[in-house]
Design a protein around this ligand. Structure first.
Ligand code: ADP
Length: 159
């Protein structure tokens, strides 16, 4: 069974993440979305809230598990028997950052392959950071995040 892990902050889940998830499930037998908890101090949503948002927005996807983790990603992959790490790529900056992470992970765990999925053109500008900024000014989030994430953002930034 080919198990992939899609790790990230997901603070919160965006339509860009959703696109990567929907494409990643097609190349894995099972996809585990793993919310990284080690950035909890700077995150807007708690790990539990981020997991709740993903679970709610991915109800329609079958071969999926949503978890949170801290510590080394490759250790977590071994614990979950995952052979693939899924990451999304938007810009050159993403590429430079991801290249070094993937190289380190390969050194630590040569049996785990990092698989990059290129963002769709319409999502390349979407980031959780941007979405939070727009939410803080009560801007329209309809085309940026799934509906449930939008509701949760509006609760964080009531006007
Ligand atoms: P991290 O803090 O680990 O980068 P993010 O939640 O920001 O966590 O992103 C998780 C993964 O999703 C990363 O691989 C990132 O490049 C990818 N990603 C984020 N937004 C998009 C998007 N709009 N299109 C494609 N991939 C994306």
């Amino acid at each position: 069974m080919r198990i992939g892990i899609y790790p990230g902050s997901f603070d919160p889940l965006t339509n860009g993440h959703m696109d990567i998830i929907e494409r990643a499930v097609e190349i894995c037998d099972k996809l585990i979305i793993s919310v990284a908890t080690n950035i909890a101090k700077t995150a807007l949503f708690s790990a539990q809230e981020r997991v709740e948002i993903i679970n709610n927005c991915c109800k329609h996807i079958n071969n999926l598990e949503v978890t949170s983790f801290d510590g080394l990603l490759v250790d977590y992959c071994h614990e979950k028997n995952a052979s693939m790490i899924i990451r999304g790529l938007r810009t050159n900056m993403d590429f430079e950052y991801e290249k070094s992470i993937a190289t380190v992970n390969r050194k630590l765990a040569p049996n785990i392959e990092t698989v990059f999925l290129m963002t769709k053109g319409e999502y390349y500008f979407i980031s959780s950071h941007l979405v939070k900024e727009i939410a803080s000014f009560s801007g329209d989030l309809t085309s940026l995040v799934p509906r449930f994430a939008q509701q949760k953002l509006q609760q964080k930034f009531p006007n």
